[in-house]
Design a protein around this ligand. Sequence first.
Ligand SMILES: [Zn+2]
Length: 253
Amino acid sequence: MDVRSFMPSEEECAIVLRDVRWRWGAVCPRCGSRSVIRHGRHLRVYQRYLCKGCGRHFNDRTGAQFEGSKLPLRVWFSVAFLMQYKISVKEMAKTAKISYPTAFNMAGTLRRGLCLSHLQERLKGIVELDDVYVTAGLKGKRCLKRPPRVRSLKVRGRGAYKTDKPAIMGMVERGGTVKLIPSANMTEQAVLRRVMRSIREDVEAIYTDEYPAYHILDGFRNHQTVNHSIGEYARDGGIHINTVEAEFSVFRP
Ligand SMILES: [Zn+2]
């Protein structure tokens, strides 16, 4: 008896994968076509499909993280299951009865997948946007092995990557995801690029402070600002950027 005795069969795992992955119908991983028909089985267990868009076959595992892996789905599922409990890779390997290097690689692959899906997710609803500047590098640290540069932190104006004080752009979906994105500078173009990439077009509202670069967001989407320089921190209707500023508090210490 081990953890595998409690695991469902490979067929059952394949059914679960199919249900999750093709929730809205099968999509060809190569051309993105939805014009897909079932076409036999792959290794007797996985459903095979024929794409009418590109004329090629694929199966339940094609394009997924474990494509090309010789391990059965039930091993992947048990490692994914064990990963929720924050146990070590060594324990994971022992419990799932696989070698340490295998478990190590599997955990890495699953973790990268999680990270990617998180990065691709775009923010919606009410989004707060702000920037913070952090001192980068080894400046001021005892282990620094070069003579201190004269310009040091005396550089005036807003920080930039060039002055060792890069901007971190923070975006928070109220009640949802937080994104912290390092940025070489805070020009209008940089702001626009990040916003287009990270926020959905049908966003309800974007709140920022009065920093000039944010004015590029005026007019398209409900963009509202709070003016910190006149002591304004919140306006009627819940217009504030306190949520994102709270996220930045981790950088100060
Ligand atoms: Zn196709």
